[in-house]
Design a protein around this ligand. Structure first.
Ligand code: GRF
Length: 194
């Protein structure tokens, strides 16, 4: 089994899709959900699907080995960031090199980097009157949104769409493709992961 921990800070609609997709998977299991926000919707989703979950505090992530110990205890092989807002620290990237995947709601490198998350991304796309947007799945390194790109998918926008409508269009793509991209990454890089 390849065991995944999903990291999420918010509602967790992507997390829910991923949990559903792998619920009866023969070789891949969602073993843990981690959130930095005790009020995050994703924690209720984890409960509903009987996936263990943990809330972490800043010091667990940046000033102690609590998080690493937790991931070891749960025998986690791969980290999937689905709307997780904290920067992943260097020690975690060393421990999980090429084993941390993030989803970003734009066609990186456009509309990425610090501060570019959630509605900020879609408002910037709108301000540019961009004709397209889309989603990117990428590996995580020490800089926000700069790791190697695994997958991108674009959607066409029309000029009268507002930022909320753009976000909804991009989220549809995320829900449709993210889980299969994770599965494909695992099956094609299985040796590195185990
Ligand atoms: C998604 O748009 C994702 O790309 C971004 O945060 C959003 C998370 O949405 N990183 P949800 O919590 O999965 O609904």
């Amino acid at each position: 089994m390849v065991r995944i921990a999903i990291f999420a800070s918010g509602g967790g609609s992507n997390a829910e899709k991923i949990i559903q997709y792998f619920e009866h998977h023969p070789t891949i299991q969602i073993a843990l959900v981690i959130s930095n926000n005790k009020n995050a919707g994703v924690l209720g989703i984890a409960d509903r699907y009987k996936v263990p979950s943990q809330v972490i505090h800043r010091k667990d992530m940046y000033e102690s080995d609590h998080l690493l110990t937790l991931l070891k205890n749960y025998k986690i092989d791969l980290l999937v960031l689905a709307g997780f807002l904290w920067l992943i620290p260097a020690y975690l990237i060393s421990a999980y090199t090429n084993k941390i995947i993030n989803i970003h709601p734009s066609l990186l490198p456009k509309y990425g980097g610090k501060g570019m998350y959630g509605h900020h991304v879609h408002e910037a796309v709108k301000a540019d009157q961009s004709a397209i947007s889309g989603m990117t799945v990428h590996l995580v390194n020490e800089k926000y949104d700069e790791g190697g790109i695994i997958f991108q998918k674009e959607c066409k926008l029309n000029q009268d769409m507002n930022a909320t409508e753009i976000a909804a269009e991009v989220l549809k793509l995320e829900h449709k493709y993210f889980s299969a991209v994770i599965e494909n990454y695992i099956t094609t890089h299985i040796n590195r992961l185990k």
